[in-house]
Design a binder for this molecule. Structure first.
Ligand code: TXA
Ligand code: MG
Length: 334
């Protein structure tokens, strides 16, 4: 038996806490921090052991490549090659919830594990003030997947992170920088610009229409369960069952059983049943729904209930990202 580890410290992002966090990252330990999308589990992207510890803490079955977080375009260009398309997207959407997969510079001082041995690297410049303050304070590239155990729902509040890692991921997690709820609520849009045709690897709050307005036609990676095989190395880590609560999830519900929870969207008074009911956005606002999605799935995920029935979400704009996460939550468990 290994010794239990204490719960990780949680602190608001004071100057002293940012200093402690930077120190922890320099020592190869992990720090959870808020971004505009979800909380990240960060480690020094230049430190192989720290990156390996991220996988270990999450209990990830395989080494999926991670996103490297950087303070600005100049920093990104030290690690990745940005072409005209990358600059166009960066000018419009950085800092913000956009991840670009780009050719990795051969001499990039990054752990090879961070891109899982691929010759590309995923980079993003977050806009959350605490993420930016941490990047400034530590002066290192931060590798950060969402701060949840593998396959679980992403955390959008500090308490979710502590619930995921009650023993600090085996003591690897030094500190949680606690700064309220994440305003966007779903993970960043992942756009692969390493090949000739841009490929949308993961839908997010920056929509395909917005990207196509800048770059022209893009290829949209297959939706989970859509019958198109996973493209393997191109989109590693796009596991079908993912973002999953403990309870089974049922989509496009027009009613709920007595022992089910109902997760509504828009007016729900004609949808009957549900032992518990929450509504992602009674007015049908997709941004509000995205910001509420993971927190409400967590609140409804109670062992006493039989499942979560989710009303239909329109498959447009940010609805694409919400439905992508919901389909994964509803996919057969692997
Ligand atoms: O909003 C977000 O992006 C959050 C916050 C913390 O920034 N991070 C996040 O990281 O969602 P993660 O590791 O859960 O998701 C990274 C995604 C995965 O789908 C992974 O397969 C893809 O990016 N990815 C990373 N590097 C890649 C690469 N070189 N080629 C293709 N896909 C890559
Ligand atoms: Mg994740």
């Amino acid at each position: 038996m290994t010794q239990p580890h204490p719960a990780p410290d949680m602190s608001p992002p004071t100057t002293a806490a940012l200093e402690r966090a930077s120190q922890a990252l320099a020592e190869g330990r992990l720090v959870a921090f808020p971004t505009e999308t979800v909380y990240g589990l960060g480690g020094d992207a230049g430190n192989d052991q720290a990156v390996a510890d991220i996988f270990a803490a999450k209990g990830r079955p395989t080494f999926n490549p991670l996103i490297v977080h950087l303070p600005d375009v100049a920093a990104v260009e030290r690690y990745a090659v940005m072409d005209e398309r990358a600059h166009q997207m960066a000018d419009l959407y950085w800092p913000g919830p956009l991840t670009l997969v780009l050719p990795r510079r051969a001499d990039a001082p990054l752990s090879l594990l961070v891109s899982a041995g691929l010759d590309t690297v995923a980079v993003r410049v977050p806009r959350h003030p605490t993420a930016r303050a941490l990047l400034q304070a530590c002066g290192r590239p931060i590798a950060a997947p969402s701060a949840n155990r593998s396959g679980h729902v992403s955390p959008t509040a500090p308490i979710h992170v502590r619930d995921e890692f009650p023993e600090g991921g085996g003591g690897r997690l030094a500190l949680i920088l606690a700064d309220g709820r994440c305003p966007v609520g779903v993970e960043s849009t992942v756009l692969d610009l390493s090949g000739e045709t841009p490929v949308l690897l993961r839908p997010g709050s920056i929509t395909p229409e917005e990207i196509e307005a800048v770059l022209g036609p893009i290829q949209r990676a297959a939706a989970p369960g859509g019958g198109v095989p996973n493209t393997g190395l191109r989109a590693p880590g796009m596991l079908e069952s993912h973002y999953a609560p403990g309870l089974p999830v049922r989509l496009n519900a027009v009613n709920a059983a007595k022992d089910e929870a109902l997760l509504g969207f828009g007016p729900d008074r004609f949808v009957l049943g549900g032992a518990e009911r929450l509504n992602l956005s009674p007015t049908g606002d997709l941004s509000e729904a995205a910001a509420n999605l993971f927190a409400m799935l967590r609140r409804l995920d109670k062992p006493a209930l039989a499942g979560i029935a989710v009303m239909t979400i329109p498959d447009v704009g940010l609805g694409l990202a919400i439905n992508d996460r919901l389909r994964r939550a509803a996919a057969p468990r692997s």
